[in-house]
Design a protein around this ligand. Structure first.
Ligand code: FES
Length: 135
């Protein structure tokens, strides 16, 4: 199973209106052939951004900080995200291979209108996606 989408989205509307927009680049992985940049709105979770474009990431608990299948690593731009809440921190205890950059994509929300983030979906998140979308 693989997902290939457009490499980037258009910023034409934002450029026309002069509005700044956030962007999230999801790094290529075994299910996503290329780095894929998605335009995002302030307040959106990283998971919502990924799912809006059909990018592979787990969602076992429906975005309720109860499973850790949306575990990802924010390798750039984390200052454009909401702070780690206690509930997210507790849920991350269930995740594998937790690092300093670890976040739950369902809980990490974009707070900066011109945030420029780079995200790596964890192996756990990819495996969960495969299980959730097995035919
Ligand atoms: S989808 Fe379950 S913790 Fe994010």
């Amino acid at each position: 199973m693989g997902v290939s989408g457009p490499v980037s989205t258009s910023r034409c509307d934002a450029e026309r209106t002069g509005a700044s927009v956030a962007s999230v680049t999801f790094k290529a992985n075994r299910l996503l052939k290329r780095d894929t940049t998605v335009e995002a709105r302030s307040g959106e979770s990283l998971q919502a951004v990924a799912m809006r474009r059909g990018l592979p990431i787990g969602d076992a608990c429906g975005g309720n900080a109860a499973c850790s299948t949306c575990h990802c690593y924010v390798i750039e731009g984390d200052d454009g995200l909401s702070e780690l809440a206690e509930s997210e921190d507790l849920a991350l205890d269930k995740a594998r291979q937790v690092r300093m950059e670890s976040r739950l994509a369902c809980q990490a929300r974009i707070t900066k209108r011109d945030a420029d983030l780079v995200v790596v979906v964890s192996d756990e998140g990819l495996l969960a996606f495969e299980r959730e979308h097995a035919e």
